[in-house]
Each structure stands twice: as C-alpha cells, then as structure tokens.
Design a protein around this ligand. Structure first.
Ligand code: NDP
Ligand code: 8X3
Length: 253
C-alpha cells in the first residue's frame, strides 16, 4: 500500500485518481480548495482518504503542507501534481493579466513549491514517484493557448530536469501530456462557466476520459522502482497533432 498525495482532487482527473488508487489498495491524501467536495470524497472513499484543503496559489499553505500532516500520513510515496487550470482562449494581446498570473501561480509556482517540499524524503528513502500533469498544450502551440501552453511546457521541462538531478536514484518522475479529455471541469473553467461552449468542444468526438488518465497513472504506480517513464503523450483516436498554420494574407484580418 502506498500513500499518494493528489492536488486538485475535488474534480476531474484528481477525483478519478483518488477513486482508482483507493480501488488499487492505496491510501490517498486528497486536496483542493472546495471543502464540500473534499468532504464528499472522504465520505465516499472512507478511511483510505485524508481530505484536506490546499490552495496551490497560497505559498505559505503549500510550503507548510507536508510538515503539517498527521505523523502517520507524512511519508509520501507518490505525489500527483494535478491541480491546474486554463483561463480563456483569447489571443495574447486581449488576455487578462490576472488570468495569466493565476495560471502561473497554480500550474507552475504551486507545483514546484510542493515538489520541493516532498522531494527530500523521497531522496532520503531512495524511493518515490512524482506524476506531473502536463498537456499537449505544452508540446504544440495553438491559438489562444499562449500562457496556459507555456505553463505546461514548463511542467514538461521541469519533469525532465528533475530526472537529470535524480539520475541513479529510484525516485521516478513522469510527465503525462493528455490531449482532448471530456468529463472534467477543465473547459467550463476555461470558458468562465459557459457549460454549453465547453460541451460543444467535445460533441461527437469520443474524447479521452478522466478514467483513461487514471488508468495510465495506476500503471505508472505499479511499475518497478527502477523503471522511469519520462513522458506520456496521449490522445483519443479522434485527435492527432496538426500541421503548421499558414495565413495567405500579409495584412492583419
Ligand atoms: P478540472 O477543472 O476538472 O479539475 C482541476 C482541479 O484543480 C480541481 O480539483 C480544482 O479544485 C483544482 N485547482 C484549481 N485551482 C486550484 C488551486 N488554486 N489550488 C488547489 N487546487 C486547484 O480539470 P482536469 O481534471 O481536467 O485537469 C487536471 C489537470 O490536467 C490540470 O493540470 C490540467 O491542466 C491538466 N490537463 C487537462 C486536460 C483536459 O482536457 N481536461 C488535458 C491535459 C491536461 P478546486 O477548484 O476545488 O481547488
Ligand atoms: C488541455 C488540453 O488541448 O485543451 O490541456 O490544451 S488542450
């Protein structure tokens, strides 16, 4: 049985990870901002879950989180850096700077601070796994992806650089880079609560599901300590990476 710390477990992938890991016999520290969702998850999954509020944009909370855990929950075998968000799909020159700041604070700063808090115990034990949620947005640019995509490119490079520091140790790091995934709140959040616009994105496309991502994470957790999967780029069969965009006009539209 492993102890698995998940950020952003109140919805989408994070909640699916929690359910899957508990089903596989592990115990989970489930975190997020919405306390009523955390309470519901705790009730659903019982003693195998320690549900605690954690805002990834609050540096103090993040830095003190592991040290503040009950003693018998302080050994973290697996850290799943899942909390994250995209805000908007506008061209860069129309974006709200507060949205950019929030994406950087959540997807980058919170993630690196929590990782820094967990890493020393993993290195001391020579054992551990960090799963980071990147995105194909960090691999391929698309219009409106601007800062969101850049945060996920950071997460990819941070993951690979962690492995460079960890070479020779059994502390594993994997960056999962999903494409189109339905059934989470991701696009509703991106479109400021516009559920119809979000739903239209997935209509008739048979996207991946949060459970598909959880299946992948469960596989990573099950691997022997010497096996590092550096990165996993995953898409539904209805999606593929696209060709470069070319505009014919030389003047702005
Ligand atoms: P959801 O919007 O469904 O879930 C996001 C989770 O992150 C929620 O639990 C939310 O919890 C949490 N979160 C957001 N902001 C904060 C914060 N400041 N502090 C703590 N938790 C926070 O999205 P997904 O499950 O789809 O996405 C999970 C991850 O996967 C994200 O990093 C996303 O970028 C990435 N991803 C998603 C894809 C998709 O198409 N869905 C594809 C590729 C990558 P709460 O609001 O309660 O704090
Ligand atoms: C989420 C996938 O393509 O909407 O990271 O950016 S995408």
């Amino acid at each position: 049985m492993k102890t698995i710390l998940i950020t952003g477990a109140t919805a989408g992938f994070g909640a699916a990870f929690a359910r899957r890991f508990v089903k596989d016999g592990h115990r989970v520290i489930a975190t997020g901002r919405r306390v009523e969702r955390l309470a519901a998850l705790g009730e659903e999954l019982g003693d195998a879950v320690l549900a605690l509020p954690l805002d990834m944009t609050d540096r103090k909370q993040v830095d003190g989180f592991v040290a503040g855990l009950p003693e018998d929950w302080r050994r973290i075998d697996v850290l799943v850096n899942n909390a994250g968000l995209a805000l908007g799909l506008n061209p860069a020159w129309e974006c709200d700077l507060a949205d950019w700041d929030r994406m950087v604070a959540t997807n980058i700063t919170g993630l690196v601070h929590l990782t820094r808090a967990v890493l020393p115990q993993m290195v001391a034990r020579d054992d551990g796994l960090i799963i980071n949620l990147g995105s194909i947005a960090g691999d391929y640019p698309y219009p409106g992806g601007n800062v969101y995509g850049a945060t996920k490119a950071f997460v990819l490079q941070f993951s690979l650089n962690l492995r460079a520091d960890l070479v020779g140790r059994n502390v594993r790091v994997t960056n999962i880079e999903p494409g189109l995934v339905a059934g989470s709140e991701f696009s509703v959040v991106r479109f400021g609560g516009d559920a119809a616009r979000a739903a239209a994105l997935y209509a008739d496309k048979e996207p991946l599901t949060a459970e598909d991502i959880a299946e992948t994470a469960a596989w990573l957790v099950s691997l022997p300590p010497h096996v590092n999967i550096n990165r996993i780029e995953m898409m539904p069969t209805s999606q593929a990476s696209s060709a470069l965009a070319v505009r014919k006009e030389t003047s702005p539209p």
